[in-house]
Ligand binder design. Structure first.
Ligand SMILES: Cc1cc2nc3c(=O)[nH]c(=O)nc-3n(C[C@H](O)[C@H](O)[C@H](O)COP(=O)(O)OP(=O)(O)OC[C@H]3O[C@@H](n4cnc5c(N)ncnc54)[C@H](O)[C@@H]3O)c2cc1C
Length: 404
């Protein structure tokens, strides 16, 4: 098949549609929700009204063969604002985990409810990280113990950094079912709405993406029905038996499977933030006059803008390649998903910082949006695998060496 970088009519339509929502609804609300550090329920409702926050929308994009629907939508939405963007798409991390690890029946049962309805949107949370298990997922301590008397699973432990944790209707929780097997003894569970024993702990006050809710989730003898084990009992028993026999299953642990699917999409969010700051700085540089001429007439400024634009386009190409590879079933031979997230995340940090520099003193104040964008950008070198962890994954993938 010939390579083409031209978007289809449908993709251009999608881009325009999300851009319009980002420009008309998200951007005008960005400063307020950043300042209040509050979840933007009214904006989520607006997104639900037009069908942008809906299972229908995400499912259509998930099954888009080009793989570009999600990156295009993410870039435009996060161009509007990253905090509100994450409030709108945070649910998809939990949905992706159910898709990656659950049966078809479980996907049909749990994923639609994660979004709620147009009139009453809901959110979902994916809870993997723990105070002592961030990058090192294998250090997870939250336990899931089967109560043989009634087939219920009992979850106990503390999850941290959960996007939508505690405000979600449905929580997807990873836990240790066999501590002797390390990361291969983990499983994923759905905690249905209203289950006793799950509660929100500390809500984190953050540097950026402040409209997105991030909190601890405490599981205290939280009992869930047996069929909330994602993938089912039989599959788990088989997987644990293989792990016990030391047979390499070739499968990654549940959290890793989720992250593999979501990394290019996260990279696209970072591209959106970077592009927003670049566009703002470009216009500013044309307007701002010093020494009797617009500052863009200085090479120092113009070259910085040239570098910003070049690196944003390069990051987008890596994101689109990884998304296309994933959707067409191509094998990632050099951790191309991690590459895209690494480059896009670091680009967002660098470009937003350069944008602040171009705005001078104004760039350092909350009266101008690049200050917020620079704070927002930093999360992209931290969550969904830090930049160091992306490099580790890429280095292991290209070398075959178990680099530490
Ligand atoms: C706003 C926000 C939202 C989040 N949302 C979610 C969510 O919804 N669900 C969820 O489960 N988690 C979520 N996370 C957690 C996030 O994925 C973790 O913060 C991230 O994986 C890093 O873990 P950590 O914070 O414990 O850092 P650590 O693992 O303690 O890392 C600290 C530093 O050490 C480095 N480091 C660690 N190990 C190595 C190594 N082997 N080689 C080189 N360097 C290394 C790291 O790169 C980092 O620089 C969120 C985090 C934040 C801040």
């Amino acid at each position: 098949m010939a390579v083409s970088f031209e978007l289809t009519e449908d993709q251009v339509e999608l881009q325009k549609w999300v851009h319009e929502f980002a420009a008309d609804v998200v951007r005008p609300a960005a400063a307020e929700y950043d300042e209040r550090e509050a979840f933007p329920w009214p904006v989520l409702q607006e997104a639900a009204k037009i069908g942008l926050y809906s299972l229908d929308f995400f499912a259509t994009q998930w099954f888009d063969e080009s793989g570009l629907g999600i990156p295009i939508a993410m870039e435009e939405l996060f161009w509007g604002d990253a905090g509100i963007g994450l409030a709108i798409v945070g649910t998809t991390l939990a949905a992706a985990s159910v898709r990656a690890n659950g049966t078809d029946e479980q996907v049909g049962r749990w994923v639609p409810g994660m979004f709620g309805t147009e009139a009453e949107p809901k959110v979902a949370a994916f809870c993997s990280s723990e105070p002592d298990a961030g990058s090192d997922v294998g250090a997870m301590r939250t336990r899931a113990v089967l109560d043989e008397r009634n087939g219920e699973w009992v979850l106990t432990g503390t999850k941290t950094w959960a996007t939508n944790g505690g405000i979600a209707d449905v929580h997807v929780v990873t836990a240790v079912v066999d501590p002797e097997l390390g990361a291969r003894g983990h499983a994923s569970f759905v905690v249905p709405p209203g289950t006793p024993g799950i509660s929100q702990g500390q809500k984190f006050l953050k540097h950026g993406i402040r409209a997105s809710h991030t909190a601890e989730v405490v599981l205290d003898d939280c009992r869930i029905p047996g069929d909330c084990l994602l993938g089912g009992r039989e599959k788990l028993d088989e997987r644990l038996a293989r792990a016990r026999e030391g047979v390499k299953s070739g499968r990654t642990q549940p959290s890793m499977a989720t992250f593999e699917r979501t990394r290019p999409a996260v990279g696209a969010q970072a591209v959106g933030v970077a592009r927003a700051a670049y566009e703002y700085a470009l216009e500013y540089a044309k307007q701002r006059v010093q020494f009797g001429r617009p500052i863009i007439e200085n090479q120092a400024i113009a070259f910085a803008l040239a570098d910003m634009k070049t690196s944003i386009d390069a990051a987008r190409l890596l994101v689109w390649r990884a998304a296309w590879m994933a959707s067409t079933g191509r094998q990632f031979t050099a951790a191309e998903g991690s590459m895209s997230k690494l480059v896009a995340g670091e680009t967002a940090v660098r470009v937003t910082e350069q944008a602040m520099q171009i705005l001078g003193g104004n760039g350092y104040t909350r009266d101008y949006p690049v200050e917020r964008m620079a704070r927002d950008a930093k999360i992209y070198t931290i969550f969904e695998g830090t930049s160091e962890i992306q490099r580790l994954v890429i280095a292991r993938s290209i070398s075959g060496v178990q680099i530490r």
